[in-house]
Design a protein around this ligand. Structure first.
Ligand SMILES: Nc1ncnc2c1ncn2[C@@H]1O[C@H](COP(=O)(O)OP(=O)(O)OP(=O)(O)O)[C@@H](O)[C@H]1O
Ligand SMILES: [Mg+2]
Length: 444
């Protein structure tokens, strides 16, 4: 599998595991909150059951007081206790509706509660008739005691049942919680491992890309160097070979012209040879200006700008004072090529009638600025070039490459009012001195 695909797979797996972990965590939280609700539910059932116990005791007290005093207000208390008992029974039935065992106990509870209320009610009815019958009342009291004991047993049973349910539920939710916790922790650890793998694969890919970029830079720098060497060789051949032959031909023809002053063919040939000589010299100079090697970038730049202005018809103002000294040859050549390409671009693309060139040589760096007042680069092209160096021709990319090779700084500013290219080239006087010394050392 390709490293890129492996990295993608590792990342997707990590994300999937994080998602699984999150779902697990969400489920655990829901489970925990529902187990808290079950605890509350158990307390509600137990509260309703003990309420019934309390209310029935109230009813029993009301019956005793009524039987003893005949005061009708106790009847009211008894009736209200009966109503409350019914309401609590309904509530218990509802709360335990999901549990058949508790529903069955609830039916028995209803029976016993109604039986107890029935016994108490019968005692009250007997007292209402005005009959004071202690023996009968004592019998009702015994019945009440017996039912009340049964009721108490049943209620304890219901409470125990509810406690047992609660224990079952909470132990189930506890083990679920532990399982989910393990799942979440496992997912988290595996996700971190996958992310770590992903990170390493990306690092590998980045390293490979950096290597490829470095070798591409090396290659383009080598191509530029070879191009310079080839231009220099061609320039010399044109100058020393073709140029010298043309000079010789011109001399011979001049002699011929002197002896035949009226021969128009000879005069025409001489004129053509003159033009060819001028052309060969210009091409030779453009390929590699000899001035650059002999008297330096300032003079070569002035000479080139002058020639360019003449040939193109573009008015170019120059600000190129003579610098404090010479720069290393590679730096001067790079600056000259930037100047050449910038002016060529102005001629070919800018549609500008004027331009400015300034070259400042400081102690440790030179700053070249070439500005035009033309239409500027298309915005998307400029953005692509600034972002990743693409979408332009060899010219701009080559300029930037040459400058970067000399550790210089290349900047381009362009809008609808024109384009400015600014190049800063650092150099060291020591490097220059070494170069001069090497050039002056005689070779055998
Ligand atoms: N001074 C300028 N004014 C306006 N547009 C420019 C200027 N310089 C460059 N451009 C635009 O940028 C593009 C890229 O320029 P670049 O020099 O890289 O390539 P090119 O000139 O088209 O071809 P070559 O590779 O021969 O130089 C040009 O095609 C042109 O559209
Ligand atoms: Mg160009």
């Amino acid at each position: 599998m390709l490293p890129r695909n492996r990295a993608k797979l590792a990342f997707v797996s990590a994300v999937a595991l994080v998602l699984i972990g999150s779902v697990g965590a969400a489920i655990t939280v829901v489970r925990l909150s529902s187990s808290a609700a079950w605890v509350a539910h158990t307390y509600q059932v137990q509260l309703a059951v003990s309420n019934i116990e309390f209310i029935l005791s109230e009813a029993a007290r009301a019956r005793l007081s009524y039987v003893a005093s005949g005061d009708e207000s106790y009847l009211q208390a008894f009736n209200s206790a009966s109503d409350q008992t019914a309401a609590n029974l309904r509530s218990i039935r509802q709360l335990t509706s999901d549990n058949p065992r508790q529903q069955e106990l609830c039916s028995r509870l209803e029976n016993l509660a109604n039986r107890r209320l029935g016994v108490l009610g019968a005692a009250i009815e007997l007292r209402k008739t005005g009959e004071v019958n202690d023996a009968k009342q004592a019998m009702f009291s015994r019945d009440n005691m017996a039912v009340s004991r049964d009721l108490e047993n049943l209620m304890r049973q219901m409470e125990q049942e509810e406690n047992m349910l609660l224990q079952q539920r909470s132990s189930r939710s506890k083990s679920l919680f532990v399982i989910f916790l393990l799942i979440v922790a496992g997912a988290f650890v595996t996700a971190v491992a996958f992310l770590w793998i992903h990170y390493h694969l990306l690092l590998e890919e980045l390293g490979a890309r950096e290597k490829a970029e470095a070798s591409a830079h090396k290659l383009s720098a080598r191509v530029l160097r070879l191009q310079d060497e080839e231009r220099r060789r061609l320039s010399r051949e044109l100058h020393d070979g073709l140029g010298q032959n043309l000079v010789a031909a011109k001399l011979a023809l001049s002699n011929l012209a002197n002896s035949n002053p009226d021969d128009s063919v000879v005069a025409d040939c001489l004129k053509s040879i003159d033009e060819s000589l001028a052309e060969a010299r210009t091409i030779s100079y453009l390929l590699h200006p000899p001035l650059l090697d002999d008297i330096g970038i300032a003079s070569a730049a002035r000479w080139y700008v002058e020639g360019f202005a003449k040939r193109s018809g573009i008015e170019v103002s120059t600000d190129i004072p003579d610098g404090p000294g010479r720069m290393p040859r590679a730096t001067e050549l790079a600056l000259f090529r930037v100047l050449q390409e910038s002016l060529t671009n102005i001629h070919r693309h800018a549609n500008s009638s004027r331009a400015e060139v300034s070259l400042r040589m400081l102690k440790d760096r030179a700053v070249l600025r070439v500005r035009d007042h033309g239409k500027g680069l298309p915005i998307d092209m400029l953005e692509h070039f600034l972002h990743d160096g693409t979408h332009v021709g060899v010219g701009l990319a080559g300029m930037r490459e040459r400058v970067a090779e000399q550790d210089g700084d290349f900047e381009i500013h362009s809008d609808e009012t024109g384009t400015e290219i600014e190049v800063t080239m650092p150099f060291s006087a020591a490097g220059n001195a070494e170069e001069t010394q090497a050039a002056n050392t005689p070779t055998n």
